[in-house]
Design a protein around this ligand. Sequence first.
Ligand code: HEM
Length: 517
Amino acid sequence: MEYEALGFILSILLPCIACLLITAERQRRRAKEKGQLPPGPRPWPVVGNIFQLDPAVPHKSFAELACEHGPIMTLYLGSMSTVVISSSEVARVMFKNHDVVLAGRKIYEAMKGDYGNEGSLVAAQYGPHWRMLRRLCNTEFFATSRLEAMRGVRERCIDEMVNFIEEASASGTEAIAVGRFFFLMSFNLLGNLMFSKDLLDPKSERGAKFFNHAGKVMEFTGKPNVADFFPILRWLDPQGIRRKTQFHIERAFEIAGGFIRERLESMENGVINEGKKKDYLDVLLEFRGDGVEEPSRFSPRTINVAVFEMFIAGTDTTTSTLEWAMAELFHNPVILRNVQDELRSTVNPNKKLEEKDIEQLPYLKAVVKETLRLHPPLPFLLPHMAMDSCKMLGYYIPKETQILVNAWAIGRDPKTWSEPLVFKPERFLEANTVDFKGHHFEFIPFGSGRRMCPAMPLASRVLPLALGSLLHSFDWVLEGGIKPEKMDMTERMGITVRKAVPLKAIPKRHEGSYVGK
Ligand code: HEM
C-alpha cells in the first residue's frame, strides 16, 4: 500500500519536475538567443516595484534606482513591464537606432475613453494614421509661416495676462498665484489658436464651462490609476478615474461641438470674418484625404478629439515651465536682477516687450533653457511603447514594453552637467549651441525623434515672451516677506511636475512701465 502511494506521488511529481526543468531550459535558451532583459530591482509578486516609487516624485525614485541598476533598467509597475532610460548615452542609442520600433504609445486607462481616439496625435500608434495627423499638425499649424501669421494672437494673449495682473495687483499689497495667470494665458492662447475664441471672456458662459471641464480632465488624467498597473481591475475602474474623465470630456465635447457647428454654418453661408486668421478648426474642417489611407474628411468627433488634446497637451506644460522659471528667479535674486537689467536696458519699460525683441535677450532665453533642464514638465516625456520586440545595447526589449525616458534625471546628470542642481543660466551662454531641438541628448525636455513635441516652435516663442513680459513690467516681492533661500521648492507630480506649494508673489508695476497707461 505504501509502495502504491509512493508510486502515485512520484507519477505526479516526476512529470511536474520534468516540465519545470524543460520550461526552465527553454527560458534559458530563449534568454540566451534573445539576450537578457535590462537589469533592475527584484519585483514583488503581483505589485512589482510599485512600492519602491514615491507617487509624488516618481522621476526621483527612478533616478535613485538607476544609480544602483544602471541607465537602462527594467521595472514592473504592477504587471506593466517598463524600461526606464536615464542617461544621455542610452537616450542617444534609443532615438538614433531604435526610434521607429520604440515610437509606439503606451495608452493609459484615462486616455482610452469610449469617445475613440481617431483624432488623437498623442494616443495614436506609430503608423500611417499618426503620420497623417502629424503632417497636418507640422505643416498647417506649427509651420514657421503659420506661427508668423499668429504672432499677433500670442502677443495679445500675453498682453491680456499682463493687464489681468495689473488689475489684480491694484492694491499693491496683495499676492497673486502666479501659476494661475500663466494657466489662464495658455488656455486663452489655445482657445484663440484652435477656435479663434476668447474662452476666458467673462461674458462667455460656454468658455467658463469648457475651461472647467478641461481643468477637471487634466486633474484626473494626472492621478496615478491602479487600473493601469493591474489590468484585471480595468472593468472595475476602482478610483473612478476613467468614468470621471469621460464625463468631463463629453461635456467639453458638447461645447466644442457647438463651436464646430457654428463654424460649419458660417462656412456654408459664406460668412467672411474680416481679419480672422486661419485657425486649427479651419485646418481640420478643410482637410480632404484620399479616402483610402486617410479619411476623406474628419468627423466632428475626430475634430473634437484633435482640438481638445491640444488644450491638455499645451496648457499644463506651459504653465509648469513658467511657474518654475519665476520660482527659480525669486529663489536666486541675483539672476532675477540680471535678467531684469537685460530686459529693461534692451527694451525701454515704457514700451511693450514684443516677440521680435527676444533675439536680443540671450540671458532671458538662457533662463528658459535652464528652467527646462531642471524642471522638464514631462519628466518621462510621454510613455513610449515597443511596437515589436527588439534588442538595445544587447538587452532584449519585449513587444509592448513601456519605455520611459527620464529627461529629468538626464538634465541633472553630474557626468554631463557641472553643479547640476544649481540654477545657472550662464551655462547656456557658454555652451550657446546646446539646444532643446532634440539633437543634444543631454537636454531633451521636448523629447527627440519622431514623437518629439510638435509644438516646440510655438513653445519656444511663448515661453520667453510670457516670462519676459512679467519681469519687464513688474517688480516682484514674495508673499509674506519669505526670504528667497527659505522658499519651498518641492515638486509634485500631476499631469506635469508642478510646484507642490503654488508660487505666490506681489507684483508692483515697475516705475515708468507702459502698463495701465
Ligand atoms: C513647455 C512646453 C512644452 C513641453 C516641454 C512639451 C514637451 C512634450 C514632450 C516631452 C512630448 C512627448 C515626446 C515623446 O513622446 O517623446 C510632447 C508631445 C506632444 N506635445 Fe508638447 N510640450 C510643450 C508644449 C506643447 C504645446 C503648447 C502643445 C500644443 C499646442 C503641445 C502638443 C504636443 C502634442 C500634440 C504631443 C504629442 C506628439 C506625438 O505623440 O506625436 N505641446 N510634448
